[in-house]
Design a protein around this ligand. Structure first.
Ligand SMILES: CC(=O)Nc1cnc2ccccc2c1
Length: 450
């Protein structure tokens, strides 16, 4: 798009050496800061990844749903100090509505569940793949958008739901060639922290904020965490208890701290027993330090991590039994996960598991003279109606050397040439590029042989 010369509509970055088109200087061709374009090769990888997301969701009998990218800001105005809320990509629209580009998909899913109400037969097993946004002021150079795959189960109070979700995640990793030597899933339960806060008589409504704070334990210095806990109303003697609880390594330690009758222990034991049934136990690791950074989790929490510890969390999720009631709806048990499109690609690169995805066609069709372009279009149309991927050469003046190179790039299986000598006999020249044979065929014979 060339900015009109004279008074440009867009702010032009007049850099010397900016190529000058006929109408004026070039606008920036970069996408907005923190966002990506998907040119063909990158789009093929994204499509491949999303097709795997969809295939696993299908195997687990989940149904696809979708929602608008823009949502009312009130869906995300949680007060627990979450980073994702602090970086809301929000604005006021021309109708004065306070809206935001969604930073995650779960609130939209909860809204849709509430909208559909009990008209749905529970449990609901829904999945979505959607772009999520954040606005980071600091030029940390981090991305401002990514795509997330979400799977959610609504209406199942037991950990059978979490077990299904964990099995789906493992199925996905396995499908891509990732093993339990490469990746693990840390599993814990926020009821551990809840029990500790109760022991120190810390008010229940500070629970979400405390979770958001302690989720940063491995990212911020200890004194900063303690300062934030203090501001959240956690007495200093409780801090020790909290940190101790988060460092526990076994169910026995857990029972010793919060008692064998605690919900957390029972749920975790049952979840790990179910995992044995799925055969995914090698992937799961109890780790009390996992809390996740979203305020609304209430029970099981989990996150996928790479065992080389080079990358950020690959995916994450948990149980959020109170989210629907915070939106004024009926309390409904729910759990789900989010799986981003960025870290997984870094992991596949690390493990040399990135697929090679050339742009592949079946047949290349070319008229050797302009006078044969019309019949060539007919040949292409008939091949396409048989489901063949056809690249019809529509450029002018291409020679044989060029078209063979083009077939090689496209990994074409056949080259169909229309030349007047053969065409006068009603034939086309069919080159089988794999078998390196060529035959003259009528178009009918060509179509039949496809
Ligand atoms: C690695 C990466 O791209 N993370 C990322 C990128 N964009 C986001 C946008 C919204 C919420 C979380 C996000 C997370």
């Amino acid at each position: 798009i060339r900015a009109m010369s004279g008074s440009p509509a867009v702010s032009l970055k007049e850099k010397e050496g900016t190529p000058k088109g006929s109408m004026g200087s070039l606008i920036s061709t970069d996408p907005p800061k923190g966002t990506r374009d998907f040119p063909p090769e990158d789009m093929r990888l994204r499509t491949w990844l999303f097709n795997n997301f969809r295939e696993v969701s299908r195997l687990f009998s989940f149904e696809e749903v979708d929602f608008p990218l823009v949502e009312s800001e009130e869906l995300y105005t949680r007060k627990a100090g979450e980073e994702i809320v602090g970086q809301l990509y929000n604005f006021e629209d021309k109708g004065g509505r306070k809206v935001a580009l969604r930073p995650e998909l779960t609130p939209s899913l909860a809204r849709l569940v509430l909208q559909k109400g009990r008209a749905q037969s529970y449990p609901l097993k829904w999945f979505a793949i959607g772009q999520c946004w954040r606005y980071e002021r600091m030029t940390r150079g981090r991305r401002r958008e990514h795509y997330q795959w979400n799977m959610d189960i609504i209406g199942v109070p037991g950990v059978e739901a979490e077990a299904e979700l964990l099995s789906a995640i493992v199925t996905f990793f396995t499908k891509l060639g990732i093993t339990s030597n490469d990746v693990g899933i840390k599993v814990s339960n926020r009821k551990v922290l809840q029990a500790v806060l109760e022991k120190f008589n810390i008010p229940v409504d500070s629970f979400p904020a405390v979770c958001v704070i302690v989720d940063k334990l491995e990212k911020l210095p200890r004194e900063e965490i303690e300062g934030e806990l203090d501001k959240a109303g956690v007495p200093s003697n409780a801090v020790e208890g909290i940190l101790k609880a988060l460092s526990l390594k076994s169910f026995d330690d857990l029972e010793a701290l919060i008692g064998a009758q605690s919900g957390a222990v029972a749920e975790l034991k049952q979840l790990f027993a179910l995992a044995e049934g799925y055969g995914i136990q090698d992937w799961l690791h109890f780790d009390a330090s996992v809390v996740r950074g979203l305020a609304y989790y209430t029970g099981t929490v989990f996150e996928g991590f790479d065992k080389d510890k080079k990358l950020r969390a690959i995916c994450g999720g948990g149980r959020y039994d109170r989210l629907l009631s915070t939106y004024g709806g009926q309390d409904t048990p729910a759990c789900g996960f989010g799986f981003g499109d960025a870290v997984i690609v870094e992991l596949l690169k690390e493990k040399k598991l990135l697929p090679v995805l050339p742009h592949v066609v079946d047949d290349v069709v070319m008229a050797l003279e302009d006078s044969l372009r019309v019949p060539a279009a007919g040949v292409a149309a008939r091949l396409r109606s048989k489901g063949r991927v056809v690249e019809l050469v529509i450029e002018k003046g291409k020679k044989m050397k060029w078209v063979f190179k083009h077939c090689d790039t496209l990994k074409a299986k056949r080259l169909v040439l229309l030349g007047s000598t053969e065409w006068d006999q009603g034939k086309v020249n069919v080159k089988d590029l794999d078998a390196r044979e060529q035959t003259l065929k009528t178009v009918d014979e060509l179509i039949e042989s496809t």
